[in-house]
Write a new protein. Structure first.
Length: 268
Protein backbone atom coordinates (compact mmCIF):
# COMPACT_ATOMS: atom_id res chain seq x y z
CA UNK A 1 0.00 0.00 0.00
CA UNK A 2 1.18 3.52 -0.81
CA UNK A 3 2.45 5.19 2.36
CA UNK A 4 0.79 8.45 1.26
CA UNK A 5 -2.60 6.74 1.71
CA UNK A 6 -1.76 5.20 5.07
CA UNK A 7 -3.75 6.32 8.12
CA UNK A 8 -1.93 8.37 10.71
CA UNK A 9 -1.39 5.50 13.15
CA UNK A 10 0.27 3.48 10.37
CA UNK A 11 2.79 6.28 9.87
CA UNK A 12 3.47 6.28 13.62
CA UNK A 13 3.94 2.51 13.57
CA UNK A 14 6.35 2.79 10.65
CA UNK A 15 8.27 5.58 12.37
CA UNK A 16 8.48 3.52 15.57
CA UNK A 17 10.04 0.66 13.62
CA UNK A 18 12.74 2.93 12.16
CA UNK A 19 13.43 4.48 15.57
CA UNK A 20 13.91 1.00 17.07
CA UNK A 21 16.37 0.16 14.30
CA UNK A 22 18.29 3.36 15.06
CA UNK A 23 18.39 2.62 18.80
CA UNK A 24 19.64 -0.91 18.09
CA UNK A 25 22.38 0.47 15.83
CA UNK A 26 23.48 2.92 18.54
CA UNK A 27 23.55 0.16 21.17
CA UNK A 28 25.58 -2.15 18.92
CA UNK A 29 28.07 0.64 18.16
CA UNK A 30 28.22 1.48 21.87
CA UNK A 31 29.00 -2.16 22.79
CA UNK A 32 31.76 -2.28 20.16
CA UNK A 33 33.33 0.85 21.63
CA UNK A 34 32.99 -0.44 25.21
CA UNK A 35 34.90 -3.58 24.22
CA UNK A 36 37.72 -1.41 22.85
CA UNK A 37 37.98 1.10 25.68
CA UNK A 38 41.78 1.26 25.70
CA UNK A 39 41.90 2.24 22.03
CA UNK A 40 39.00 4.69 22.42
CA UNK A 41 40.39 6.45 25.48
CA UNK A 42 44.19 6.09 25.30
CA UNK A 43 44.53 6.82 21.58
CA UNK A 44 41.45 8.89 20.70
CA UNK A 45 39.91 10.66 23.71
CA UNK A 46 43.23 11.44 25.42
CA UNK A 47 45.09 11.95 22.16
CA UNK A 48 44.79 15.78 22.18
CA UNK A 49 46.11 15.81 25.77
CA UNK A 50 49.51 14.53 24.61
CA UNK A 51 52.32 16.53 23.03
CA UNK A 52 52.76 13.96 20.24
CA UNK A 53 49.17 14.44 18.96
CA UNK A 54 49.11 14.72 15.18
CA UNK A 55 47.78 18.31 15.14
CA UNK A 56 50.61 19.55 17.37
CA UNK A 57 53.17 17.70 15.24
CA UNK A 58 51.77 19.18 12.01
CA UNK A 59 51.79 22.74 13.40
CA UNK A 60 55.27 22.20 14.80
CA UNK A 61 56.52 21.17 11.35
CA UNK A 62 54.79 24.16 9.76
CA UNK A 63 56.29 26.50 12.35
CA UNK A 64 59.67 24.89 11.85
CA UNK A 65 59.40 25.34 8.08
CA UNK A 66 58.41 29.02 8.26
CA UNK A 67 60.43 30.09 11.29
CA UNK A 68 63.35 27.70 10.85
CA UNK A 69 65.01 25.79 13.70
CA UNK A 70 62.22 26.67 16.14
CA UNK A 71 62.10 24.83 19.45
CA UNK A 72 58.86 23.27 20.68
CA UNK A 73 58.74 25.45 23.81
CA UNK A 74 58.94 28.62 21.73
CA UNK A 75 55.85 27.79 19.68
CA UNK A 76 53.08 29.45 21.67
CA UNK A 77 50.15 27.43 20.29
CA UNK A 78 51.60 23.97 20.99
CA UNK A 79 51.56 21.86 24.13
CA UNK A 80 55.02 21.47 25.63
CA UNK A 81 53.87 19.02 28.33
CA UNK A 82 51.24 16.28 28.57
CA UNK A 83 48.11 17.32 30.45
CA UNK A 84 47.63 16.03 33.98
CA UNK A 85 44.07 14.71 34.30
CA UNK A 86 42.59 13.52 37.57
CA UNK A 87 39.39 11.78 38.65
CA UNK A 88 37.87 12.90 41.96
CA UNK A 89 34.68 10.81 42.00
CA UNK A 90 34.30 7.18 43.08
CA UNK A 91 32.31 6.19 40.00
CA UNK A 92 33.71 9.01 37.87
CA UNK A 93 35.68 6.82 35.47
CA UNK A 94 32.81 4.34 35.07
CA UNK A 95 30.26 7.09 34.37
CA UNK A 96 32.63 8.71 31.87
CA UNK A 97 33.23 5.31 30.28
CA UNK A 98 29.51 4.67 29.69
CA UNK A 99 28.65 8.24 28.65
CA UNK A 100 31.57 8.57 26.21
CA UNK A 101 30.84 5.20 24.60
CA UNK A 102 27.18 6.22 24.20
CA UNK A 103 28.12 9.49 22.45
CA UNK A 104 30.64 7.58 20.35
CA UNK A 105 27.90 5.09 19.46
CA UNK A 106 25.67 7.95 18.27
CA UNK A 107 28.49 9.34 16.12
CA UNK A 108 29.50 5.93 14.75
CA UNK A 109 25.93 4.96 13.85
CA UNK A 110 24.97 8.39 12.46
CA UNK A 111 25.20 7.32 8.77
CA UNK A 112 22.84 4.43 9.48
CA UNK A 113 20.44 6.70 11.43
CA UNK A 114 20.31 9.08 8.45
CA UNK A 115 19.71 6.09 6.18
CA UNK A 116 16.76 4.94 8.34
CA UNK A 117 15.29 8.45 8.22
CA UNK A 118 15.68 8.45 4.44
CA UNK A 119 13.92 5.06 4.21
CA UNK A 120 11.00 6.47 6.22
CA UNK A 121 10.44 9.50 3.98
CA UNK A 122 11.39 7.82 0.69
CA UNK A 123 7.89 6.52 -0.22
CA UNK A 124 6.50 10.05 0.14
CA UNK A 125 9.03 11.50 -2.34
CA UNK A 126 8.36 12.06 -5.99
CA UNK A 127 10.42 10.26 -8.65
CA UNK A 128 12.45 13.41 -9.26
CA UNK A 129 13.12 13.89 -5.54
CA UNK A 130 14.21 10.27 -5.18
CA UNK A 131 16.91 10.84 -7.81
CA UNK A 132 18.85 13.34 -5.72
CA UNK A 133 17.73 12.20 -2.25
CA UNK A 134 20.56 9.65 -2.17
CA UNK A 135 23.07 12.44 -2.83
CA UNK A 136 21.52 14.41 0.04
CA UNK A 137 21.97 11.36 2.27
CA UNK A 138 25.64 11.13 1.30
CA UNK A 139 26.22 14.86 1.75
CA UNK A 140 24.57 14.95 5.19
CA UNK A 141 26.80 12.09 6.35
CA UNK A 142 29.87 13.72 4.78
CA UNK A 143 29.19 17.13 6.36
CA UNK A 144 28.57 15.63 9.80
CA UNK A 145 31.76 13.56 9.70
CA UNK A 146 33.70 16.55 8.34
CA UNK A 147 32.50 18.59 11.32
CA UNK A 148 33.47 15.77 13.69
CA UNK A 149 37.02 15.64 12.26
CA UNK A 150 37.32 19.42 12.33
CA UNK A 151 36.20 19.56 15.95
CA UNK A 152 38.58 16.78 16.99
CA UNK A 153 41.72 17.63 15.02
CA UNK A 154 41.47 21.44 14.92
CA UNK A 155 39.15 22.89 17.55
CA UNK A 156 39.96 20.57 20.48
CA UNK A 157 43.75 21.09 20.38
CA UNK A 158 43.34 24.88 20.39
CA UNK A 159 40.82 24.79 23.25
CA UNK A 160 43.04 22.46 25.27
CA UNK A 161 46.09 24.59 24.64
CA UNK A 162 44.29 27.76 25.68
CA UNK A 163 42.96 26.17 28.86
CA UNK A 164 46.39 24.79 29.72
CA UNK A 165 48.49 27.85 28.90
CA UNK A 166 46.26 30.59 30.36
CA UNK A 167 47.30 31.40 33.92
CA UNK A 168 46.34 34.04 36.43
CA UNK A 169 49.43 33.08 38.42
CA UNK A 170 52.11 30.36 38.50
CA UNK A 171 51.07 29.46 42.05
CA UNK A 172 48.09 27.15 41.15
CA UNK A 173 48.91 24.11 39.01
CA UNK A 174 46.76 23.22 36.03
CA UNK A 175 45.58 19.70 36.83
CA UNK A 176 42.35 19.11 34.95
CA UNK A 177 39.30 17.19 36.10
CA UNK A 178 38.38 14.13 34.03
CA UNK A 179 34.72 15.12 33.60
CA UNK A 180 35.68 18.65 32.44
CA UNK A 181 38.12 17.26 29.90
CA UNK A 182 35.63 14.73 28.49
CA UNK A 183 32.92 17.40 28.40
CA UNK A 184 35.20 19.69 26.38
CA UNK A 185 36.05 16.94 23.89
CA UNK A 186 32.43 15.79 23.45
CA UNK A 187 31.02 19.33 23.24
CA UNK A 188 33.63 20.48 20.70
CA UNK A 189 33.36 17.43 18.46
CA UNK A 190 29.58 16.98 18.55
CA UNK A 191 28.75 20.69 18.24
CA UNK A 192 30.95 21.04 15.14
CA UNK A 193 29.32 17.96 13.61
CA UNK A 194 25.89 19.58 14.07
CA UNK A 195 27.06 23.02 12.87
CA UNK A 196 28.48 21.54 9.67
CA UNK A 197 24.94 20.38 8.78
CA UNK A 198 23.98 24.03 8.24
CA UNK A 199 23.88 23.76 4.39
CA UNK A 200 21.41 20.87 4.67
CA UNK A 201 19.19 22.96 6.97
CA UNK A 202 19.22 25.81 4.43
CA UNK A 203 18.31 23.36 1.66
CA UNK A 204 15.40 22.04 3.73
CA UNK A 205 14.13 25.54 4.60
CA UNK A 206 14.43 26.65 0.96
CA UNK A 207 12.42 23.64 -0.21
CA UNK A 208 9.72 24.59 2.31
CA UNK A 209 9.90 28.21 1.06
CA UNK A 210 10.64 29.47 4.57
CA UNK A 211 13.88 31.08 3.41
CA UNK A 212 15.18 32.29 0.04
CA UNK A 213 18.38 33.08 -1.80
CA UNK A 214 17.61 36.80 -1.82
CA UNK A 215 17.11 36.74 1.97
CA UNK A 216 20.47 35.04 2.56
CA UNK A 217 22.19 37.45 0.20
CA UNK A 218 20.52 40.54 1.65
CA UNK A 219 21.40 39.72 5.26
CA UNK A 220 24.91 38.43 4.56
CA UNK A 221 26.51 41.02 6.89
CA UNK A 222 24.09 40.18 9.68
CA UNK A 223 24.86 36.49 9.18
CA UNK A 224 28.59 37.24 9.43
CA UNK A 225 28.00 38.89 12.80
CA UNK A 226 25.94 35.92 14.02
CA UNK A 227 28.62 33.47 12.86
CA UNK A 228 31.23 35.53 14.68
CA UNK A 229 29.16 35.29 17.87
CA UNK A 230 28.77 31.51 17.40
CA UNK A 231 32.51 31.10 16.80
CA UNK A 232 33.26 33.12 19.94
CA UNK A 233 30.73 31.12 21.97
CA UNK A 234 32.24 27.70 21.18
CA UNK A 235 35.85 28.89 21.62
CA UNK A 236 37.64 30.48 24.58
CA UNK A 237 37.32 33.86 22.85
CA UNK A 238 40.93 34.35 21.80
CA UNK A 239 41.43 35.72 18.30
CA UNK A 240 43.29 32.73 16.84
CA UNK A 241 40.82 29.99 17.79
CA UNK A 242 37.85 32.24 16.92
CA UNK A 243 39.23 32.82 13.41
CA UNK A 244 39.94 29.10 12.96
CA UNK A 245 36.30 28.25 13.73
CA UNK A 246 34.90 31.27 11.87
CA UNK A 247 36.56 30.36 8.54
CA UNK A 248 34.68 27.05 7.99
CA UNK A 249 31.46 28.68 9.22
CA UNK A 250 31.79 31.39 6.56
CA UNK A 251 32.52 28.75 3.93
CA UNK A 252 29.44 26.80 5.03
CA UNK A 253 27.32 29.95 4.76
CA UNK A 254 28.55 30.59 1.21
CA UNK A 255 27.80 26.98 0.31
CA UNK A 256 24.33 27.43 1.81
CA UNK A 257 23.72 30.53 -0.33
CA UNK A 258 24.80 28.57 -3.41
CA UNK A 259 22.51 25.65 -2.48
CA UNK A 260 19.57 27.97 -1.84
CA UNK A 261 20.04 29.65 -5.23
CA UNK A 262 20.11 26.37 -7.19
CA UNK A 263 17.27 24.85 -5.15
CA UNK A 264 15.05 27.84 -5.96
CA UNK A 265 16.18 27.73 -9.59
CA UNK A 266 15.20 24.06 -9.91
CA UNK A 267 11.84 24.66 -8.24
CA UNK A 268 10.98 27.45 -10.65
Amino acid sequence: MNKNKMPFWKHIEELRKHIIHCICAIIIAMIILMNNKYIIFDYIIFGPAKTDFITYRVFYKLANSFLGGVHLNSVSFLLYKNLEIQNRQIFGQFNIYVWTCFIGGVILSFPYVVYEFWKFIKPALSDEEKKYSLWILIMVTFLFLLGIFFGYFVLCPFLIHFGYSFRISYVPKNIFDLSDYISLIVHSVFSMGIIFLFPFLIFFLTKMELISYSFLKKYRKHAFLMLLVIASAITPGDILSTIIVLIPLLILYQVSVYISFHTKKKAS
